[in-house]
Design a protein around this ligand. Structure first.
Ligand code: ADP
Length: 563
C-alpha cells in the first residue's frame, strides 16, 4: 500500500550545490512552485537520499568531481531496472564541462546552462518529475504483476496441498499459515457444521488464546454469525465501522479484530462449515485479498467434500465386501451341505441297487428258462436300468469326491499321461476304429488322477458323439503361452450348437437322448470341476456337423522331471 509520506519522498527533488547560493535559490524557487525538495551537503549524502527514494536530483557542475561521478555511478547501477532517476546538471554556461561524457553515461541526464531563470528551472524539474512518475507507474505495474504471480503460486500450492491431503480439515491450519504470511492475517477459524446437532464446531484455529477458543468451540448455527453465512450462502465482511456497531459481531469484536471476513464452506449447495479470517492491525480488507480468501475457501470446501465422498464410498465398499464375504460363506456352506448330501445319498442308494442287480441276476440264472421271451426282455431291461443307475451314482460319487478331496499338484508330462489313458481305452478305441493323431505335448502342473479322469472323459466323448457310420478321427496337441499350456482334443463328430457351448459343462446337461448316445451328463461337469480345482480354464469351439475342439488350460511346467 502507498502511504502519503512515501509519495512525498518519491516526489522530492534532491539538491546538491555546495558552493555559493545556488542551493538556497533553487530551494526557494522550487518550494514556491509547490515542489518538495531537500538540500544535501555532499555527494555522499545525495547518494544515500537517492537510495531512500527521490523524484529527481539537481546538481551543480562544480559538485561533480571524478569521485562524485563514481559514487553517483554506483548509486545509479544499484537501482532497480525500472528506475532511471532524472539528473539535472547546472553547468557553468560556457558549454559542457569536461566530465560531460562521464555524466551522460549516468543515464537520464539533462544539462541546464546558467544563467537560469527560476521559471526555466521549474519547467525542467516538472518535466523530470513527470518522467519519474511514469517510472513509478511501471514499478507499480511490475509489483502488481509480481504479487499476482506470487498469489497464483500460493493458490496452486494450497490447491495441491488440499488435493493430496487425506484430512483436508486438518491441513486447513497449515494452509492458513501460508496465506497468513502472504496476506498479513492475524486470525483464522475453521468451523465445521455438525449436521445432527446443527452446531458449528471449531475444528482448527490460529491467533486465538485457549480461553477465546473455548468460547467458540461449539456454537448453535442459528445463534452464531454462521447462520447469516449459511442462510445467504454468502460471505460476511465486516470492517472497522460495522464491527463497532453491529451487535451480532460482538464475539468477533471481543477478539480484538478490526476487520473480519467469514466465508461459507459450501459444496453441491450444502453448507459444510465456515472459514473466518481476522485482521488486528489493519482496518480494511483489500479487494484482492478477499478474492484470494474466497478462492481458498472454495478449494477447502471441494477438498473436504471430495474426502467425505471418498470415505463414504470406502465405507460402502467395505460394507459391500463384507456382505459378499458373508454371502460367499453362506453359499459355500450350503454347497458343502449339498455335496455331502449327494455323497451320502449316492452311497446309500448303491446298497439296495446292488440287491436289485443281484436278484435280477439270480432270477435270470435260476428262473430264466421258465420265463417266456417277453418276461426275459423285462428282466433284461430291469438289469440294464439298474446298471445305468449304478453308473449314474458312481459318476455322481466321483463328481462330489472331486469337490471334497484335497488335491496335491505335481509336474505332469501330458505325453506320458495321454499314452496311459489311450492304453486303458484301447478296447473302446479299437471297437470304433478311431484314428488318433498326436502333436507335440507340453508338461503342466496339476493333480495326476484328476487330469487322467479329465482326459478320459474328453477322449470318450470324442469317439462317442459321432454321426452314424463315420470313423472317428481324433487330433490331440498342445499350445503354449508364457505361463500356461493349452491341450486341445479335436474330433470330427456331430458338433455342438452355439447356444450350448457353456451349458454342457453343467451337471446332467445332455443334448441327446440316451438311446442315441448313452451317458449320464456328468462327464464334462467332472472336466469343469477338476480343471477349476487345478486353477485352470476350459472351453470348447464347435459347430453342428463340423466336429468339436475341446481345450483345457493349466499352469505350464518348465522345470525338470515330470512324470
Ligand atoms: P455324457 O457324455 O454322459 O452325455 P457329458 O457331460 O460328457 O455327458 O457331456 C454333456 C453333453 O455334451 C453330451 O451329452 C453331448 O450332448 C455334449 N458333448 C460332449 N462332448 C461332445 C462332443 N465331443 N461332441 C459333441 N457333443 C458333445
Amino acid at each position: 500500500m502507498v502511504t502519503p509520506e512515501r509519495t512525498i519522498c518519491e516526489e522530492r527533488v534532491l539538491i546538491l550545490a555546495p558552493t555559493g547560493r545556488d542551493a538556497a535559490l533553487a530551494r526557494t524557487a522550487l518550494a514556491q512552485a509547490g515542489i518538495s525538495c531537500e538540500v544535501c551537503p555532499g555527494v555522499f549524502e545525495l547518494c544515500r537520499e537517492i537510495g531512500d527514494s527521490a523524484g529527481a536530483a539537481l546538481v551543480t557542475a562544480e559538485a561533480v568531481t571524478d569521485g562524485a561521478i563514481d559514487l553517483l555511478h554506483q548509486c545509479v547501477t544499484a537501482a532497480p531496472a525500472w528506475s532511471d532517476l532524472p539528473l539535472l546538471i547546472l553547468t557553468a554556461g560556457a558549454g559542457l564541462s569536461q566530465e560531460s561524457d562521464a555524466l551522460t553515461a549516468l543515464g537520464n541526464v539533462t544539462f541546464l546552462e546558467r544563467p537560469l531563470g527560476s521559471q526555466t528551472l521549474i519547467t525542467a524539474v516538472r518535466a523530470a518529475l513527470r518522467a519519474r512518475r511514469r517510472q513509478y507507474q511501471i514499478r507499480d505495474l511490475l509489483r502488481r504483476q509480481e504479487t499476482a504471480v506470487e498469489r497464483l503460486d500460493l493458490l496452486a500450492d494450497v490447491a495441491n496441498h488440499l488435493l493430496l491431503s487425506d484430512r483436508p480439515e486438518e491441513i486447513v491450519a497449515s494452509v492458513f499459515r501460508k496465506i497468513a504470511a502472504h496476506l498479513r492475517l492475524e486470525l483464522y477459524l475453521c468451523r465445521l457444521l455438525d449436521e445432527s446437532s446443527q452446531t458449528l464446531q471449531l475444528s482448527s484455529h490460529a491467533g486465538l488464546s485457549e480461553t477465546e477458543a473455548s468460547t467458540w468451540a461449539a456454537l448453535p448455527l442459528h445463534e452464531s454469525l454462521g447462520v447469516t453465512v449459511a442462510r445467504q450462502g454468502k460471505r460476511v465482511i465486516a470492517e472497522e465501522e460495522q464491527l463497532a456497531v453491529d451487535p451480532s459481531l460482538a464475539p468477533v469484536r471481543a477478539l480484538g479484530v478490526t476487520a473480519y471476513a467469514c466465508f461459507p464452506l459450501e459444496a453441491n449447495g450444502r453448507l459444510l462449515g465456515t472459514l473466518s479470517f481476522g485482521l488486528r492491525r489493519r482496518q480494511q480488507w483489500e479487494h484482492e485479498e478477499l478474492a484470494i480468501l474466497e478462492t481458498v475457501c472454495n478449494q477447502v470446501a471441494v477438498a473436504i467434500e471430495r474426502r467425505r465422498t471418498e470415505s463414504a464410498l470406502q465405507e460402502l465398499n467395505q460394507a459391500l465386501e463384507k456382505r459378499v464375504e458373508e454371502r460367499t460363506a453362506q453359499l459355500r456352506e450350503s454347497n458343502d451341505q449339498m455335496e455331502a448330501f449327494t455323497y451320502s445319498i449316492s452311497h446309500d442308494l448303491r446298497a439296495p441297487l446292488r440287491a436289485i442287480r443281484g436278484f435280477a441276476q439270480a432270477l435270470w440264472e435260476d428262473y430264466g428258462p421258465a420265463f417266456d421271451e417277453t418276461g426275459r426282455e423285462y428282466l433284461r431291461r430291469m438289469a440294464g436300468g439298474a446298471e445305468r443307475l449304478d453308473q449314474l451314482i458312481q459318476d455322481l460319487l466321483q463328481y462330489s469326491r472331486l469337490s471334497r478331496s484335497t488335491l496335491t499338484f505335481e509336474p505332469i508330462s501330458l505325453d506320458t499321461l495321454l499314452l496311459r489313458v489311450i492304453q486303458q481305452m484301447e478296447p473302446d478305441l479299437r471297437a470304433c476304429g478311431a484314428r488318433l493323431e498326436m502333436g507335440p505335448l507340453s508338461s503342466i502342473l496339476g493333480h495326476g488322477p484328476t487330469l487322467e479322469q479329465v482326459l478320459t472323459n474328453l477322449l470318450s466323448n470324442a469317439i462317442k458323439f459321432m454321426a452314424p457310420g463315420v470313423q472317428p478321427h481324433i487330433r490331440i496337441w498342445s499350445t503354449e503361452n508364457l505361463e500356461t499350456a493349452r491341450l486341445w482334443v479335436e474330433d470330427n463328430g456331430i458338433g455342438i450348437a452355439p447356444g450350448y457351448l457353456q451349458r454342457i459343462f453343467g451337471v446332467f446337461e445332455r443334448l441327446h437322448g440316451s438311446d442315441a448316445y448313452p451317458g449320464t451328463g456328468i462327464g464334462l461337469a467332472i472336466v469343469a470341476k477338476g480343471i477349476a480345482r487345478m486353477g485352470g480354464t476350459y472351453g470348447v469351439e464347435s459347430e453342428p456337423g463340423q466336429g468339436s475342439r475341446f481345450w483345457i488350460e493349466l499352469p505350464r511346467w518348465r522345470g525338470e522331471g515330470p512324470s
